[in-house]
Design a protein around this ligand. Structure first.
Ligand SMILES: NC(=O)c1ccc[n+]([C@@H]2O[C@H](COP(=O)([O-])OP(=O)(O)OC[C@H]3O[C@@H](n4cnc5c(N)ncnc54)[C@H](O)[C@@H]3O)[C@@H](O)[C@H]2O)c1
Ligand SMILES: O=C(O)[C@H]1O[C@H](OP(=O)(O)OP(=O)(O)OC[C@H]2O[C@@H](n3ccc(=O)[nH]c3=O)[C@H](O)[C@@H]2O)[C@H](O)[C@@H](O)[C@@H]1O
Length: 386
């Protein structure tokens, strides 16, 4: 760790980071990276700590004095401002961010993504502290191309679908499509952070993740999360594979996504943390434009990879179609296609993603199989016995 320098060759000083939402999927990977590869200190704030338990116990691990866990709900805890004041940098990851919640719990979604983030921005601004705020690629909404006729040749033109931080519009559906409650709340908090920068000099960076996936993402229903819960697609499909049931394709699985390995994405966040002069004032797409698939293709690839890593044959009917109304309920809508433009992050931080979709699925599904296969088998045999 000695002699670490930033992208401009300057020595990197040890800092203290207040990480809100540190117990979640991204937070757990970021904590791991900071503790194992940097000298920085982490004040980890969350209501849950299961995903970072291995970093907190036992107290004898070499980094024990560099991480402190604070079980705090940021909605109503006066300790938050004190922690932000103690830190050099605050990273806010806390949010409700599973699509099944956006149309079924729109109030909680809006409160979590906008109202609850407000004090964090305010405390950073008032105390002259740097903020890295986690937004989402969903702020782009639908592509311009989605509104062209299906057979229009313009749909093939990147100008109609590649998403650029400084030029693409944010295109959401009507209010009754409550899916957009999340994207809209995230957009407004982005505008607020940006305005604090412009009017009050807040030093900020906004991150727009594009489908980061990997170990510890969400939960397996009935094992380490509610039986009726609907996590994001990686965990939904993992759950289906573990239970040997068909993967459910919402509205035919035609939507397109670009998936990036969490470990590649975390490299980008570390560059932002350690290169403030290059990252401040910027909004960054963080994704892997080379890993584009339709959801149907993702299901097919996950089925193949899971067969390889588990040694189990695939089931006869690996996928079934379900309507979005049946799967998510009233008010669901979808982003059609998400390709991140990488110009800004490349120019500012020289960062590029590395891992192919096949490789990232192989390591992630190996983890899923190792972590959950036995527990799922036991849960299923109990259900059959009852
Ligand atoms: N994973 C992705 O690909 C992705 C994509 C786009 C945006 N994001 C954004 O990145 C951030 C982190 O996402 P994630 O995938 O790690 O989600 P996650 O749900 O795994 O993590 C969020 C964490 O925040 C905590 N939290 C929520 N409300 C809180 C509160 N009131 N007080 C304290 N803690 C609270 C949760 O307990 C959870 O541990 C979110 O803001 C999300 O919108 C993630
Ligand atoms: O990860 C991101 O970058 C962002 O996008 C996600 O949104 P989305 O990609 O729509 O969510 P997923 O649950 O990962 O679904 C991806 C696609 O798979 C489909 N799906 C999901 C689950 C399933 O079982 N079957 C299925 O076909 C969905 O309808 C959607 O088209 C979430 O909103 C956030 O985590 C985040 O802000």
């Amino acid at each position: 760790m000695a002699g670490r320098v930033d992208l401009d060759g300057n020595p990197i000083k040890q800092i203290t980071i207040c990480m809100i939402g540190a117990g979640g999927f991204i937070g757990s990977h970021l904590c791991e990276k900071l503790l194992s590869e940097t000298p920085h200190k982490v004040l980890a704030v969350d209501v849950y700590s299961d995903k970072i338990k291995h970093l907190l116990e036992p107290a004898t691990v070499t980094w024990a004095d560099r991480i402190q866990f604070h079980r705090i709900n940021i909605k109503n805890d006066s300790r938050l401002e004190g922690l932000i004041k103690m830190a050099d940098l605050t990273i806010n990851l806390a949010a409700i961010c599973t699509p099944a919640d956006y149309n079924t719990r729109p109030l909680d979604t809006i409160y979590s993504n906008f109202i609850d983030a407000l004090p964090v921005v305010k405390y950073c601004s008032e105390n002259g502290k740097r903020l890295i705020h986690f937004s989402t690629c969903e702020v782009y909404g639908k592509t311009i191309g989605a509104f062209l006729p299906k057979d229009s040749p313009l749909r093939q033109d990147p100008a109609y679908y590649v998403l650029k931080e400084d030029t693409s519009p944010c295109i959401f559906g009507p209010i009754e499509k409550q899916r957009w409650s999340y994207a809209c709340a995230k957009q407004l908090i982005e505008r607020l952070v940006y305005a604090e920068g412009a009017e009050n000099g807040l030093e900020f960076t906004i991150v727009r993740p594009f489908n980061w996936i990997g170990p510890r993402m969400d939960f397996i229903p009935g094992i380490d999360g509610p039986s009726e819960g609907v996590p994001r697609v990686l965990a939904c499909f993992s759950n289906n594979l573990l239970r040997r049931e068909p993967l459910k394709l919402v509205d035919g699985g035609e939507s397109q996504r670009t998936f990036i390995y969490i470990k590649d994405a975390i490299e980008a966040v570390l560059l932002m943390i350690e290169n403030p002069a290059r990252a401040n004032g910027h909004i960054f797409n963080v994704g892997n434009p080379n890993n584009e698939v339709t959801v149907r293709q993702l299901a097919e690839m996950m089925t193949k990879v899971y067969a390889k890593v588990s040694g189990e044959s695939s089931i006869e009917t690996p996928t079934i179609d379900v309507s979005s109304k049946e799967f998510y309920g009233e008010g669901y809508d979808d982003s059609d296609k998400r390709i991140p433009d990488m110009t800004i992050i490349n120019r500012q931080l020289g960062w590029n993603p590395k891992t192919s979709l096949w490789d990232l699925l192989e390591s992630t599904l190996t983890y899923q199989h190792r972590t959950y296969a036995e527990a799922v088998k036991q849960a299923m045999s109990k259900t059959t016995a009852n």
